[in-house]
Design a binder for this molecule. Structure first.
Ligand code: SF4
Length: 331
């Protein structure tokens, strides 16, 4: 860990003003991923701004029926919230499928969005890595890439985004609220994270010094039938090989609306928009779901060791859609 200046702020304005005094600043709240990275010199900030005392711990219903999650609400509090369990159950289940109870108690909404890939080459500084130092190469492309991306990767990086919560938020059309000294702006969740392209060092579209203040969930009555299916190497405390967040609205036999997002497949939570568009207006049966799964994985480009993910993702999509069509619940 390098030497840095530590500052604890007590107002949002102080936080964002302090951040622009040093372009090598970082914010800390729960610290559940940042501290790991500090310890192995992946992050070497000269200034750490502790925002954990700011008043961003509320879960509030807005006038339009949206639910506003403050950036400092713990993952545990989100998963335990009655409104979320009732109206957005796939979000609660996604959170409970990740990490451990102790980590969920510390981890925050804002921090969850900013956790970085668990690509082992990224964390092992004995290897080169374009995400750590642009231009050094990507050993995962020719190395052990069983856990890496099958969608949206580039020749510079094939890492996957690690968060379960973000897959759920992508499916639910969430919006990220951010602040800076210039004011506040909102970023649609699907545009918050980035694909690697030739800038794999950048995970998000946040500007330097911008602070996440909240995540907003729009009202979505049919999300009550939502499911989160996570497939991993062991039953707990493990990142997704494949995950699916899905919800489906059916009238009669026909699909009225749907949302479908995948985790463990790309550098960002992956919204399967082509499959969603295919599903609307079709009958809600296994044949339709199977075709949607084919469409969702059609652009997949597996690496040497992760071809299994293509078939696994298809089966997970079909399973998630079947359960959602039956009213949701634990998959
Ligand atoms: Fe680094 Fe990305 Fe390659 Fe992993 S996949 S070694 S994070 S460049």
């Amino acid at each position: 860990m390098n030497n840095f200046t530590y500052i604890r702020v007590t107002s949002l304005l102080d936080a964002v003003n302090q951040a622009v005094t040093d372009p090598n600043s970082t914010f800390i709240a729960g610290g559940t991923n940042l501290v790991d990275r500090l310890k192995v010199f992946l992050d070497q900030p000269s200034q750490i701004i502790d925002i954990s005392r700011l008043q961003m711990q509320g879960i509030d219903t807005m006038a339009d029926g949206s639910l506003r999650l403050g950036a400092l609400v713990s993952n545990t509090a989100v998963a335990d919230n009655t409104d979320i369990r009732r109206n957005y159950p796939l979000l609660a289940r996604a959170i409970l499928s990740g990490a451990s109870q102790q980590i969920r108690n510390m981890a925050t909404v804002g921090g969850n969005l900013l956790q970085r890939t668990r690509c082992p080459y990224y964390y092992d500084t004995a290897f080169p890595c374009n995400k750590r130092q642009l231009g050094t190469g990507c050993p995962a492309i020719t190395g052990i890439n069983r856990n890496h991306a099958i969608l949206g990767a580039s020749e510079d990086c094939v890492a996957v985004h690690p968060s379960d919560m973000c897959v759920a938020l992508t499916a639910l059309d969430a919006v990220v609220e951010v602040s800076s000294p210039q004011g506040q702006r909102q970023i649609p969740f699907t545009e918050f994270h980035r694909l690697p392209g030739n800038t794999p060092q950048q995970d998000t579209n946040l500007e330097q010094g911008e602070l996440i203040t909240a995540v907003i969930l729009p009202p979505l009555s049919w999300a009550k039938s939502g499911v989160y299916l996570k497939i991993r190497d062991r039953a707990s405390y493990s990142f997704a090989l494949i995950s699916v967040a899905a919800a489906i609205s059916i009238k009669g036999e026909q699909i009225q609306a749907t949302c479908l997002a995948l985790g463990g497949v790309a550098h960002k939570p992956w919204r399967a928009t082509a499959a969603e568009e295919f599903l609307v207006g079709k009958s809600a049966d296994v044949a339709t779901f199977t075709e949607a799964a084919e469409i969702a994985l059609q652009p997949a480009q597996p690496l040497t060791h992760n071809g299994y993910k293509v078939e696994l993702a298809k089966r997970a999509i079909i399973r998630a859609l079947i359960v959602s069509a039956q009213g949701g619940g634990v998959v």
